[in-house]
Design a protein around this ligand. Structure first.
Ligand SMILES: [Zn+2]
Length: 328
């Protein structure tokens, strides 16, 4: 990471930072146009749109702490009203997401009790890093539990013991769409090492991190001093108001300064996020070609195959006669 003197945009951005002398690194993520554009493609009920916005913000903040070339995916499988929630973020900053749910079952849940467990009925949350055919694939899994996805992810880090991490998140449904603001703090290992793995990195499957965003990092404080510094950083982060986290009145750097200036906060070069799907006619055609003749015949309606991308709602139409599976 390079120290940055550039003022970041108000939103749809990932801002890395470090609290000087504390052995604490962080990421601040804001979504606004990106979340609004993705949600607007679907007629999701409010609690589902809320969960998906939370999922996208968390995927963006977690992806920003990993060193990868490819796709980072957060996927929840529920046993109740909400069956699937997916958000993925490419190393280039392209974000997408979708939800599958039972409309009547979601409508039957009173707004006041529409938390993670009521909406999903439990299930699991998977973290995946896909770096293409020739690279390792990492996957970690944690049970869905707690009031919210952020609780669930916090629990994942507590039990994995890979990384000490803390989160603060806010979601807002405003007249122009959906906004999210999220901060993730991670504690760097002390110099000379202790129980945390070197580099302070993490991988979704708990394997040794080969490298991570920001390179090698360690804290030059230790023991009780480091413990106090970590606790102080978490308390300062927790003091962020929802309005400040979400913007747009408070700039990203203004918020980081407001929270951490007494200890000294340094910001690094961040990157923009955009709403962008990776589907294409070519990819859909390849998937169809991988199906058997019978399956294709079953899918065909009046001689046509119609495939709708669950992420972006784009519709792809093919004549059944144009899609020929490979001959055995
Ligand atoms: Zn798509």
């Amino acid at each position: 990471m390079e120290p940055s003197s550039i003022t970041p945009p108000i939103s749809d951005f990932v801002q890395p930072f470090q609290i000087e002398g504390h052995g604490v690194r962080g990421r601040l993520v804001r979504l606004d146009g990106v979340a609004s554009e993705i949600i607007a493609k679907h007629a999701y009920p409010e609690p589902v749109a809320h969960l998906l916005t939370e999922m996208m913000a968390l995927a963006a903040v977690l992806a920003a702490t990993l060193k990868y070339e490819g796709v980072f995916t957060l996927q929840a499988k529920g046993n109740g009203a909400v069956r699937v929630l997916v958000a993925d973020v490419t190393s280039g900053g392209a974000v997408r997401g979708y939800a599958q749910f039972d409309k009547d079952a979601v409508a039957a849940i009173p707004a006041a009790s529409a938390n993670l467990m009521r909406l999903t009925g439990g299930g699991y949350l998977a973290f995946t890093v896909d770096q293409g055919e020739h690279a390792e694939r990492y996957q970690g899994i944690v049970e869905l539990e707690g009031q919210s996805l952020v609780d669930c992810i916090h629990h994942y880090f507590q039990q994995s013991e890979q990384l000490q991490a803390a989160f603060k998140l806010a979601i807002e449904n405003h007249p122009g769409g959906w906004r999210a603001g999220a901060i993730m703090l991670q504690r760097l290992p002390s110099q000379g090492g202790h129980h945390r793995p070197e580099g302070g990195g993490w991988t979704p499957d708990g394997s040794k991190p080969h490298d991570w965003q920001g390179g090698e990092g360690s804290s030059d404080i230790d023991g009780e001093e480091a413990e106090d510094a970590w606790r102080r950083a978490v308390v300062l982060m927790a003091s962020a108001q929802d309005k400040e986290l979400l913007g747009p009145e408070t700039g990203i750097n203004d918020l980081l300064y407001r929270l951490f200036h007494e200890d000294g906060v340094r910001v690094f070069t961040g990157h923009a996020l955009k709403a962008q799907c990776r589907c294409s006619r070519h990819r859909v055609e390849n998937v169809l070609r991988s199906l058997g003749k019978e399956e294709l015949d079953d899918l065909a309606v009046d001689g046509a195959l119609i495939v709708t991308c669950e992420f972006c709602n784009s519709e792809y139409r093919f004549a059944r006669s144009d899609v020929k599976p490979p001959v055995d």
